[in-house]
Design a binder for this molecule. Structure first.
Ligand code: ADP
Ligand code: MG
Length: 244
Protein backbone atom coordinates (compact mmCIF):
# COMPACT_ATOMS: atom_id res chain seq x y z
CA UNK A 1 0.00 0.00 0.00
CA UNK A 2 1.14 3.48 -0.78
CA UNK A 3 1.85 5.70 2.19
CA UNK A 4 -0.02 9.03 2.06
CA UNK A 5 2.14 12.00 3.04
CA UNK A 6 1.49 15.70 3.67
CA UNK A 7 3.59 18.66 2.60
CA UNK A 8 3.79 21.65 4.92
CA UNK A 9 2.53 24.98 3.60
CA UNK A 10 5.06 26.89 5.72
CA UNK A 11 2.25 28.08 8.03
CA UNK A 12 1.45 25.95 11.07
CA UNK A 13 -2.02 27.52 11.26
CA UNK A 14 -2.80 26.67 7.64
CA UNK A 15 -1.33 23.17 8.07
CA UNK A 16 -3.58 22.66 11.09
CA UNK A 17 -6.82 23.29 9.20
CA UNK A 18 -5.53 21.06 6.38
CA UNK A 19 -4.83 18.23 8.80
CA UNK A 20 -1.05 18.56 8.39
CA UNK A 21 -0.53 20.05 4.93
CA UNK A 22 -1.09 19.34 1.25
CA UNK A 23 -1.93 15.66 0.90
CA UNK A 24 -0.57 13.13 -1.59
CA UNK A 25 -2.88 10.99 -3.75
CA UNK A 26 -5.24 13.96 -3.85
CA UNK A 27 -5.85 17.30 -5.55
CA UNK A 28 -5.73 20.43 -3.40
CA UNK A 29 -7.15 23.55 -5.03
CA UNK A 30 -6.49 27.11 -3.85
CA UNK A 31 -8.78 29.75 -5.25
CA UNK A 32 -9.03 33.47 -4.65
CA UNK A 33 -8.81 36.94 -6.14
CA UNK A 34 -5.68 38.43 -7.65
CA UNK A 35 -2.79 38.81 -5.13
CA UNK A 36 -4.30 36.58 -2.48
CA UNK A 37 -1.16 34.40 -2.44
CA UNK A 38 -1.88 31.47 -4.77
CA UNK A 39 1.43 31.83 -6.60
CA UNK A 40 3.40 32.54 -3.42
CA UNK A 41 1.95 29.40 -1.87
CA UNK A 42 2.99 27.50 -5.01
CA UNK A 43 6.56 28.80 -4.63
CA UNK A 44 6.66 27.90 -0.95
CA UNK A 45 5.40 24.35 -1.57
CA UNK A 46 8.08 23.94 -4.28
CA UNK A 47 10.62 24.20 -1.47
CA UNK A 48 8.82 22.53 1.43
CA UNK A 49 8.08 19.44 -0.69
CA UNK A 50 11.84 18.88 -0.73
CA UNK A 51 12.20 18.77 3.05
CA UNK A 52 12.49 15.29 4.49
CA UNK A 53 10.55 14.60 7.66
CA UNK A 54 11.96 11.49 9.28
CA UNK A 55 9.41 11.52 12.09
CA UNK A 56 6.73 10.94 9.47
CA UNK A 57 8.76 8.72 7.16
CA UNK A 58 8.70 11.35 4.42
CA UNK A 59 11.80 11.48 2.22
CA UNK A 60 11.15 14.79 0.47
CA UNK A 61 11.50 14.98 -3.29
CA UNK A 62 11.28 16.80 -6.59
CA UNK A 63 8.58 19.08 -7.91
CA UNK A 64 7.05 19.73 -11.33
CA UNK A 65 5.76 23.27 -11.76
CA UNK A 66 3.41 24.01 -14.68
CA UNK A 67 2.96 27.76 -15.13
CA UNK A 68 0.19 29.09 -17.36
CA UNK A 69 0.52 32.74 -16.37
CA UNK A 70 4.27 33.34 -16.52
CA UNK A 71 4.42 34.26 -12.85
CA UNK A 72 6.99 31.68 -11.69
CA UNK A 73 10.18 33.36 -10.45
CA UNK A 74 13.11 31.02 -9.76
CA UNK A 75 14.81 33.83 -7.84
CA UNK A 76 11.84 33.83 -5.47
CA UNK A 77 12.80 30.27 -4.44
CA UNK A 78 16.20 31.31 -3.06
CA UNK A 79 15.10 33.14 0.11
CA UNK A 80 12.48 30.44 0.71
CA UNK A 81 15.14 27.72 0.42
CA UNK A 82 17.38 29.70 2.78
CA UNK A 83 14.62 29.89 5.38
CA UNK A 84 14.39 26.10 5.38
CA UNK A 85 18.18 25.62 5.32
CA UNK A 86 18.30 24.18 1.81
CA UNK A 87 21.20 24.93 -0.49
CA UNK A 88 19.54 27.15 -3.09
CA UNK A 89 21.13 25.87 -6.33
CA UNK A 90 20.21 22.34 -5.39
CA UNK A 91 16.70 23.40 -4.38
CA UNK A 92 16.18 25.15 -7.73
CA UNK A 93 17.35 22.09 -9.65
CA UNK A 94 14.73 19.99 -7.90
CA UNK A 95 11.94 22.12 -9.39
CA UNK A 96 11.25 21.15 -13.00
CA UNK A 97 9.59 24.10 -14.61
CA UNK A 98 7.45 24.35 -17.73
CA UNK A 99 5.16 26.96 -19.20
CA UNK A 100 1.80 25.92 -20.64
CA UNK A 101 0.58 27.92 -23.63
CA UNK A 102 -2.97 26.73 -24.26
CA UNK A 103 -5.36 24.20 -22.78
CA UNK A 104 -4.43 21.47 -25.26
CA UNK A 105 -0.74 21.97 -24.55
CA UNK A 106 -1.46 21.90 -20.83
CA UNK A 107 -3.22 18.55 -21.31
CA UNK A 108 -0.33 17.17 -23.42
CA UNK A 109 2.15 18.20 -20.73
CA UNK A 110 0.59 15.55 -18.49
CA UNK A 111 2.09 12.90 -20.81
CA UNK A 112 5.52 14.38 -20.12
CA UNK A 113 4.70 14.53 -16.41
CA UNK A 114 3.60 10.86 -16.36
CA UNK A 115 6.79 9.92 -18.23
CA UNK A 116 8.98 11.64 -15.64
CA UNK A 117 7.03 10.17 -12.73
CA UNK A 118 7.47 6.76 -14.30
CA UNK A 119 11.18 7.15 -15.13
CA UNK A 120 12.18 8.35 -11.68
CA UNK A 121 9.77 6.36 -9.57
CA UNK A 122 9.24 7.78 -6.09
CA UNK A 123 11.42 10.83 -6.72
CA UNK A 124 8.66 13.32 -7.50
CA UNK A 125 6.39 14.37 -4.64
CA UNK A 126 4.48 17.39 -5.91
CA UNK A 127 2.84 18.60 -9.13
CA UNK A 128 1.80 22.26 -9.24
CA UNK A 129 -0.50 23.76 -11.88
CA UNK A 130 -0.65 27.57 -11.53
CA UNK A 131 -3.26 28.31 -12.86
CA UNK A 132 -5.10 25.15 -13.83
CA UNK A 133 -8.11 26.92 -15.28
CA UNK A 134 -6.97 30.15 -16.91
CA UNK A 135 -6.18 28.67 -20.33
CA UNK A 136 -9.41 26.67 -20.49
CA UNK A 137 -11.22 29.93 -19.90
CA UNK A 138 -9.37 31.61 -22.75
CA UNK A 139 -9.74 28.72 -25.21
CA UNK A 140 -13.44 28.17 -24.54
CA UNK A 141 -14.58 31.73 -24.04
CA UNK A 142 -17.20 31.90 -26.77
CA UNK A 143 -20.91 31.67 -26.44
CA UNK A 144 -22.07 28.10 -26.33
CA UNK A 145 -18.60 26.75 -25.47
CA UNK A 146 -19.24 26.29 -21.78
CA UNK A 147 -20.27 22.64 -22.05
CA UNK A 148 -17.15 21.86 -24.11
CA UNK A 149 -14.95 23.63 -21.61
CA UNK A 150 -16.47 21.80 -18.70
CA UNK A 151 -15.95 18.49 -20.47
CA UNK A 152 -12.28 19.21 -21.21
CA UNK A 153 -11.77 20.45 -17.68
CA UNK A 154 -13.31 17.26 -16.30
CA UNK A 155 -10.91 15.18 -18.43
CA UNK A 156 -7.98 17.25 -17.26
CA UNK A 157 -8.93 16.94 -13.60
CA UNK A 158 -9.50 13.19 -13.95
CA UNK A 159 -5.98 12.80 -15.33
CA UNK A 160 -4.53 14.84 -12.47
CA UNK A 161 -6.35 12.66 -9.97
CA UNK A 162 -5.09 9.50 -11.62
CA UNK A 163 -1.50 10.77 -11.66
CA UNK A 164 -1.69 11.66 -7.98
CA UNK A 165 -2.86 8.16 -7.06
CA UNK A 166 -0.73 6.13 -9.45
CA UNK A 167 2.52 7.84 -8.44
CA UNK A 168 1.63 8.90 -4.90
CA UNK A 169 2.21 12.62 -5.44
CA UNK A 170 0.42 15.68 -4.12
CA UNK A 171 -1.27 17.79 -6.80
CA UNK A 172 -1.66 21.48 -6.00
CA UNK A 173 -3.67 23.62 -8.42
CA UNK A 174 -4.77 27.24 -8.36
CA UNK A 175 -8.00 28.72 -9.60
CA UNK A 176 -9.40 32.17 -10.22
CA UNK A 177 -12.63 33.84 -9.28
CA UNK A 178 -15.36 34.85 -11.66
CA UNK A 179 -18.48 36.91 -11.43
CA UNK A 180 -19.93 35.36 -14.57
CA UNK A 181 -22.96 33.43 -13.30
CA UNK A 182 -23.11 31.20 -16.38
CA UNK A 183 -19.49 30.17 -15.99
CA UNK A 184 -20.02 29.07 -12.42
CA UNK A 185 -23.30 27.30 -13.13
CA UNK A 186 -24.51 28.69 -9.86
CA UNK A 187 -27.55 30.71 -8.97
CA UNK A 188 -26.52 31.59 -5.45
CA UNK A 189 -26.45 35.16 -4.19
CA UNK A 190 -22.65 35.41 -3.88
CA UNK A 191 -21.61 36.85 -7.25
CA UNK A 192 -17.95 35.75 -7.05
CA UNK A 193 -17.17 32.04 -7.34
CA UNK A 194 -14.19 29.93 -8.29
CA UNK A 195 -14.21 29.10 -12.01
CA UNK A 196 -15.27 25.66 -13.14
CA UNK A 197 -18.56 25.14 -11.33
CA UNK A 198 -19.53 21.66 -10.26
CA UNK A 199 -16.72 20.04 -12.24
CA UNK A 200 -14.06 21.70 -10.11
CA UNK A 201 -16.05 21.35 -6.92
CA UNK A 202 -16.19 17.59 -7.36
CA UNK A 203 -12.76 17.04 -8.86
CA UNK A 204 -10.73 18.74 -6.13
CA UNK A 205 -10.32 16.69 -2.97
CA UNK A 206 -9.75 19.73 -0.80
CA UNK A 207 -10.52 23.35 -1.66
CA UNK A 208 -8.93 26.35 0.03
CA UNK A 209 -10.41 29.78 -0.49
CA UNK A 210 -7.97 32.66 -0.01
CA UNK A 211 -8.75 36.27 0.78
CA UNK A 212 -6.79 39.30 1.89
CA UNK A 213 -6.40 40.24 5.51
CA UNK A 214 -4.54 43.25 6.90
CA UNK A 215 -1.23 44.15 5.25
CA UNK A 216 0.67 41.02 4.29
CA UNK A 217 -1.77 38.67 6.01
CA UNK A 218 -4.15 36.35 4.19
CA UNK A 219 -7.07 34.28 5.38
CA UNK A 220 -7.56 30.72 4.19
CA UNK A 221 -10.77 28.78 4.55
CA UNK A 222 -11.19 25.07 3.95
CA UNK A 223 -14.07 23.95 1.76
CA UNK A 224 -15.25 20.51 0.83
CA UNK A 225 -12.56 18.56 2.69
CA UNK A 226 -13.54 14.89 3.01
CA UNK A 227 -12.19 14.66 6.54
CA UNK A 228 -11.61 18.17 7.90
CA UNK A 229 -14.23 20.62 9.23
CA UNK A 230 -14.68 24.01 7.55
CA UNK A 231 -12.24 26.26 9.35
CA UNK A 232 -10.23 29.43 8.86
CA UNK A 233 -6.55 30.19 9.33
CA UNK A 234 -4.52 33.36 9.05
CA UNK A 235 -1.10 33.28 7.42
CA UNK A 236 1.40 35.81 6.08
CA UNK A 237 3.39 36.20 2.88
CA UNK A 238 7.03 37.09 3.56
CA UNK A 239 10.27 37.04 1.61
CA UNK A 240 10.86 33.60 3.12
CA UNK A 241 7.51 32.39 1.73
CA UNK A 242 4.24 31.57 3.41
CA UNK A 243 4.45 31.61 7.21
CA UNK A 244 2.24 32.20 10.29
P1 ADP B 1 -2.02 35.42 -6.69
O1 ADP B 1 -1.21 34.35 -7.35
O2 ADP B 1 -3.09 34.90 -5.80
O3 ADP B 1 -2.52 36.46 -7.64
P2 ADP B 1 0.47 36.03 -5.42
O4 ADP B 1 0.77 34.71 -4.88
O5 ADP B 1 1.23 36.48 -6.61
O6 ADP B 1 -1.08 36.22 -5.69
O7 ADP B 1 0.66 37.03 -4.21
C1 ADP B 1 1.03 38.33 -4.40
C2 ADP B 1 1.35 38.89 -3.04
O8 ADP B 1 2.55 38.33 -2.54
C3 ADP B 1 1.54 40.38 -3.12
O9 ADP B 1 0.70 40.97 -2.17
C4 ADP B 1 3.00 40.57 -2.77
O10 ADP B 1 3.17 41.69 -1.98
C5 ADP B 1 3.37 39.32 -2.00
N1 ADP B 1 4.77 39.01 -2.22
C6 ADP B 1 5.36 38.60 -3.36
N2 ADP B 1 6.68 38.48 -3.21
C7 ADP B 1 6.95 38.80 -1.94
C8 ADP B 1 8.13 38.89 -1.16
N3 ADP B 1 9.34 38.61 -1.70
N4 ADP B 1 8.02 39.26 0.12
C9 ADP B 1 6.85 39.54 0.66
N5 ADP B 1 5.68 39.50 -0.01
C10 ADP B 1 5.73 39.14 -1.30
MG1 MG C 1 -0.79 33.95 -9.32
Amino acid sequence: RKHVFKITTGSAELDKILGGGIESMAITEAFGEFRTGKTQLSHTLSITAQLPDESKGYSGGKVIYVDSENTFRPERLRPIAARFNLEDECALENVLYTRSFNSEHQMELLDMVAGLFHQEAGIFKLLIIDSAIALFRVDFSGRGELADRQQKLAQYMARLQRLSEEFNVAVFITNQMTSDPGATMSFQADPKKPVGGNIMAHASTTRISLRKGRAETRIAKIYDSPDMPEAEAMFAITNGGVTD
